[in-house]
Design a protein around this ligand. Structure first.
Ligand code: NAP
Ligand code: MG
Length: 494
């Protein structure tokens, strides 16, 4: 690993361990796994493979810390806020190292890790630091000689299971609000990308979060399943595929644990002829190609008014052809490899399915194999035209840099087609007509609607799905409800 900084080399020189009760430990059975650089398919380093026994140990540690009140009763909200703020500062301070680790493990361009993933993660903690002092109950006017008030209390032990597409940021989305509201946590990162979660947990310790409040169990899906099934876990927050989301809900039935789900999507992006067309073309390309299309909210169905269809398809095709595909560590790279062999097979499988079903490829359509690219999971940005709404490439989430483009005639038609999906995570609208924009925004069944922009995010604005894209909203003040419960207290006044 020559072309990484000294701190990154030092980190990679250690074996990744589990964080349980404030100590870095091996898995109970000593098993480890190699995490792979998807640009080269070469191992980066070894990480502990936690299993059900480790989840038991981590949950017990979280339970002890919660019941002791070390974080939510004995640490004042102001102090909690200061500690969480410090996590944000430490992320910024160690930003270069975190960006390199993210790029090695996930494949994304280091310029993106550094400019997007790291600062958004730091900002997320700082935003929730502010909330620690603002979790309030209410006083309620009731009938009779009583005084009634509510307390908003933490859920207790929360399990958090996250995916590989934004490893550090997804950890931040989960940890920020859970810590601000005083919960104790067991975090299970994705098997493909455990590294930044481990480094983040070290920073969480350095910031002053007491032992046992955050536990991290790296491992495979069996560890996630053990966490989702655990009878002493009060709540599970999950981000990942809709398929595993179904499993999480079933697993929650045992002890009726609370569940929140951020799942997949097949988001429509709609361009009207009265849009600023050049801006819309760039926005539509970014909507699908950002993060190699490995975004739950990727604008993977592009609806273009028939009057500007040729112009937009040509424009997005030109942009796709210019995207420089390469190793994430190369500063000239725009788009890195897909995350894994499984994902590579899935995406290339959809490319074939598209062709088989009669869709036409305007650009891309195959793996990138020139020079060093043959060594990794690289796929060319792809535009599919001549599609039909019932094709698999239009109905199913590909989770790669593949967009299906289609013309439409009018707003009613496009609203109906855009909503004809089991998903409902996000949608984009491009028009200068504000009446049309707001009317369509109200018609679309999606948790986020972007007008004349796409992929805009802020810790303060809620994000989550309609339909099978999940339930519960992360970010903003909405997520605080997922990590707290309400206690109604009655005081007799006679
Ligand atoms: P995934 O297979 O569902 O995995 C997500 C996490 O769940 C991983 O940590 C995984 O562990 C774990 N897991 C696997 N099987 C489990 C089980 N039976 N019980 C409990 N946990 C289990 O998803 P992915 O392939 O990593 O991520 C891609 C998907 O996530 C896409 O569908 C995407 O749309 C969705 N996503 C949604 C959002 C959102 O905010 N809505 C954000 C990002 C991604 P292993 O890694 O060890 O398998
Ligand atoms: Mg990896």
């Amino acid at each position: 690993m020559e072309n990484v900084s000294a701190p990154t080399k030092t980190f990679l020189g250690r074996e990744g361990k589990l964080l349980i009760d404030g100590k870095w430990v091996t898995s109970a059975n000593g098993e480890t796994f190699e995490t792979i650089n998807p640009a080269t398919k070469q191992p980066i380093c070894c990480v502990a493979r936690g299993n059900g026994e480790d989840i038991d140990r981590a949950v017990a540690s979280a339970r002890r810390s919660f019941e002791s009140g070390v974080w939510w009763r004995k640490t004042t909200p102001a102090e909690r806020g200061r500690v969480i703020h410090r996590i944000g500062e430490l992320i910024d301070k160690n930003g270069d190292e975190l960006a390199e680790l993210e790029t090695l493990d996930n494949g994304k361009a280091v310029s993106i890790s550094r400019a997007v993933d790291i600062p958004l993660s730091a900002e997320h903690f700082r935003y929730y630091a502010g909330w620690a002092t603002k979790i309030e109950g209410e006083t309620i006017p009731v009938n009779g000689p009583y005084f009634n008030y509510t307390l908003r209390e933490p859920m207790g032990v929360v399990g958090q299971i996250i995916p590989w597409n934004f490893p550090l940021l997804m950890a931040a989305w989960k940890l920020g609000p859970a810590l601000a509201t005083g919960n104790s946590i067991v975090l299970k990162p994705a098997e493909q990308t455990p590294l930044t979660a481990i480094r983040l947990a070290e920073l969480v310790q350095e910031a002053g979060v007491p032992d046992g409040v955050l536990n991290v169990v790296t491992g495979y899906g069996d560890a996630g399943a053990a966490l989702a099934n655990h009878p002493d876990v009060d709540k599970v927050a999950f981000t990942g595929s809709t398929e595993v989301g179904h499993e999480i809900v079933k697993a929650s039935a045992g002890n009726l644990k609370r569940v929140s789900l951020e799942l997949g999507g097949k988001s429509p992006n709609i361009i009207f002829p009265d849009a600023q067309v050049e801006q819309a073309i760039e926005g539509a390309a970014m909507a699908i190609f950002f993060n190699h299309g490995q975004c739950c909210c990727a604008g993977s169905r592009l609806f273009i008014d028939h009057q500007i269809y040729d112009q937009v398809v040509e424009g997005i095709t030109e942009i796709a052809k210019k995207i420089r595909v390469g190793s994430g560590l190369d500063p000239n790279t725009d788009m890195g490899p897909l995350i894994s062999e499984e994902q590579f097979d899935r995406v290339t499988g959809y490319l074939q399915k598209g062709l088989d079903s009669g869709a036409k490829i305007r650009c891309g359509g195959s793996p990138s194999k020139e020079g060093d690219l043959a060594a990794g999971y690289f796929v060319q940005p792809t535009v599919f035209a001549d599609i039909k709404d019932e094709m698999e490439i239009v109905r199913e989430e590909i989770f790669g840099p593949v967009v299906a483009v289609t013309p439409f005639e009018d707003m009613e038609e496009v609203a109906q087609r855009a909503n004809d999906t089991t998903y409902g995570l996000a949608a984009g609208i491009w028009t200068q007509d504000i009446t049309k924009a707001h009317k369509l925004a109200s018609l679309l069944k999606a948790g986020t609607v972007w007008i004349n922009c796409y992929n805009a995010f802020d810790a303060a604005s809620p994000f989550g799905g309609y339909k099978q894209s999940g339930y519960g909203r992360e970010m903003g003040h909405h997520v605080l409800e997922l990590y707290t419960q309400v206690k109604s207290v009655w005081v007799g006044l006679t």
